[in-house]
Design a protein around this ligand. Sequence first.
Ligand code: XMP
Ligand code: MG
Length: 183
Amino acid sequence: MDSAHVADDLTRVLYTPEQVTERLQAVAAEIDRDYAGQDLLLVGVLNGAVMVMADLSRSLSIHCRMDWMAISSYGSGTQSSGVVRILKDLNTDISGRHVLVVEDIIDTGLTLSYLISNLRSREPASLEIMTMFRKPEAQRNAVEVKYVGFDIPNEFVVGYGLDYDGRYRNLTAVGTLAPHVYS
Ligand code: XMP
Ligand code: MG
């Protein structure tokens, strides 16, 4: 059953909008410093990274461009297999460019490791990753993530671009879903 307000469906708020904004600005300051004097291409992974991309890019002081990819990972149930299909490729030729992949969340990192090897084959000048959220499992994988918003517990979270069955992306807070949502 639907409740009146999206936010009523959260059991626990992990991060308030203010905490998200504050952390994002700190990450943006790091990126400003690291890429000073360079032209940066932000590559967002649809759909989850839409919010992070919008807020991160507007917190940057350096010049940047944005492009998008959409991928779907083959796998059974909720576990991603690491076999990935590109649904929408970049419009930009990234060879010789400084590329920063912008992600909403990294769980196992399998999806991302495929994406990174695909992008690396296009010979960018540099290739780094920024993710807003990272789960513990990701650290067991080889994917090196340069910028992390928050390391979170191994729970399913929604909000700030993250969805459950397509919903909750528009929540400004991030949290766990109330049981009445599933039942
Ligand atoms: P892997 O395991 O390949 O998968 O890193 C990353 C993708 O899994 C989804 N995912 C989540 N989506 N809340 C969500 O809304 C979560 O807690 C969550 N954990 C993983 C997401 O699509 C991500 O890109
Ligand atoms: Mg994603």
